[in-house]
Design a protein around this ligand. Structure first.
Ligand code: F6P
Length: 504
């Protein structure tokens, strides 16, 4: 770490630690720590005033950002430089939204046109009657489409989509039970087109099509991949292979042809709105300096809790049923990106990196896990996400109650309450931030996801790590392969489990 960065961390560590109520005594705190961004899908209000960030933190974190060359690293990201240093690759997900170097945005535009044409051809009946799509993919090839469709297709979809990720056959069987093979397409979504789970599910889906009376099962398969040759080799017709660039990482790939099921379910225009919302957030992130940059400011709060206060987890509660899959989406984004132990130069990190991201949906979570948030032994910083406009047509009581509960939780975590009886006391001073959307729609969802992508990147820059590789997932995969394949021997416990389960 360079001397200026080290000095900024020293300053940050030494800052006083007033309670949240004391921080509110400072005039203008709410205005200083909240902001509204006007975006294509409506505004989003961000409120960090119930976190321990204050003017001194913002100044010291801004100094840290300068010391680690935040602006230059951000520039390199958007310029398509090889920011994924361990793999010698760029990370060009923003180019998929039209923000990035010209050659990459032009390529993305052309590939999107190809996806759009296929989506529209299917809608017009070019592949016969299509009522269902079974989308097989895992990790980044599944979580984004599942989230977007679950959030946005509540009023009905043009095609009924089932996202299947797990290699556990129960997952695929559940989808089969809801689909008719004669009117079902199968999308095989895999950046590498080699992932065991996806290829096993794809093979079984082909068999199901064949056994269901489809004379040409491959004729109903579409491939979404950065490895088109492999898809063709596997049997997919070239005209139904929708490629995306190698420089788009799996957990950042919703914006590429991996978004095909979203466009098929909602129509191309909605998918274009998703991209537009994300692009607006890209422009904000690229062109705003210092703490006014909202993903960067969110990263300041994250670093405060992870590095200055040693919080080992962070929780995200969507007070919106339509965003129930958002916490699991964020888990991959944040934990696969920043769960690292070495810095960019290969040396050990200077402190903890990604906390465990967890969460759920409000109000359900209030009746299950909030006890720990209010009275557990450690503070867990919480993000609340909600939308002002209701997603339902029922009595307004539902939504008023939902939002009141959301805001009540943040207020209660901060204020706490003393009681004579220790078991009935709340310590308070527990931090939360609120992200309040005017409404949830394709554009605001795009902006919300892009906000978190950039927040994750900003955290990585502050910690001087590479968020774009994921070597940590490889060892387990290798061992599983050798268990099924060869005569390798393992520890006594593992051997006994294998024998007991009759695997070998
Ligand atoms: O195992 C982790 C991972 O590589 C993720 O990063 C990725 O999103 C997922 O597997 C699926 O990979 P693919 O899209 O290549 O099938």
């Amino acid at each position: 770490m360079n001397e200026i960065a080290a000095a900024a961390w020293t300053t940050l560590m030494a800052l006083p630690r007033p309670r949240l109520e004391e921080l509110f005594a400072a005039a203008g705190r709410l205005e200083a720590l909240s902001a509204r961004l006007d975006l294509p899908g409506g505004g989003i209000r961000f409120d960090w005033s119930k976190t321990h960030l204050d003017a001194a933190h913002l100044a010291a974190f801004a100094q840290l950002a300068e010391a680690v060359d935040f602006a230059a690293r951000r520039e390199a990201l958007f310029a398509g430089e090889a920011v994924n240093s361990t793999e010698g690759r760029a990370a060009e997900h923003t180019a998929q939204r039209g923000v990035g170097r010209d050659t990459s945005t032009e390529e993305a535009f052309a590939l999107h046109l190809r996806t759009k044409s296929l989506v529209e051809a299917i809608h017009q009946g070019a592949l016969g009657e299509v009522r269902h799509l079974i989308h097989v993919g895992i990790g980044g090839s599944a979580l984004g489409p599942a989230l977007a469709i679950d959030a946005l297709a509540r009023d009905g979809a043009m095609v009924d989509v089932h996202v299947v990720s797990n290699i556990d056959g129960c997952a695929l069987e559940a989808a089969f039970a809801k689909c008719d093979p004669r009117t079902t397409l199968v999308a095989v979504a895999s950046k590498t087109f080699t992932t065991t789970e996806t290829m096993t599910n794809a093979q079984s889906a082909l068999t199901w099509l064949g056994e269901g009376g489809v004379s040409d099962p491959y004729g109903q398969v579409i491939a979404l991949t950065a490895n088109p040759e492999k898809a063709v080799e596997w049997g997919v017709d070239e005209t139904r292979v929708l490629p995306f660039p190698e420089t788009v990482g799996g957990r950042y790939s919703l914006w590429s042809s991996i978004g095909f099921p979203v466009a098929l379910a909602l129509g191309w225009d909605e998918f274009a709105q998703l991209l537009a919302g994300a692009a607006a957030m890209d422009e904000h992130f690229l062109n705003t300096d210092g703490a006014a940059n909202l993903p960067l400011r969110a990263a300041f709060a994250d670093q405060l809790y992870v590095r200055l206060r040693g919080c080992q987890s962070r929780a995200v509660f969507a007070y919106d049923e339509r965003l129930r899959l958002f916490p699991s989406y964020l888990q991959q984004l944040e934990m696969e990106s920043n769960g690292k132990s070495v810095k960019l130069d290969g040396s050990p990190v200077d402190g903890p990196t990604a906390p465990v991201t967890w969460g759920g949906v409000g109000t359900d979570a209030q009746h299950a896990v909030f006890q720990l948030l209010h009275q557990g032994t450690g503070a867990v910083p919480v993000d609340f996400i909600a939308a002002i406009a209701p997603g339902d047509d029922l009595s307004p009581d539902h939504h008023r109650n939902l939002l009141a509960n959301c805001f009540a939780q943040g207020a209660a975590l901060m204020a706490g309450k003393e009681a004579k009886d220790a078991a009935r006391s709340y310590p308070g001073d527990r931090p939360s931030a609120t992200i309040l959307l005017d409404e949830l729609n394709a554009a605001s969802l795009g902006a919300l996801i892009a906000f978190h992508e950039h927040r994750t990147f900003a955290n990585a820059v502050l910690m001087e790590i590479n968020p774009f590789d994921q070597f940590g997932v490889e060892l387990g995969k290798d061992i599983a392969r050798s268990m099924l394949g060869g005569g390798a021997r393992f520890d006594a416990s593992t051997q006994a489990l294998l024998a007991e389960a009759g695997i070998r």
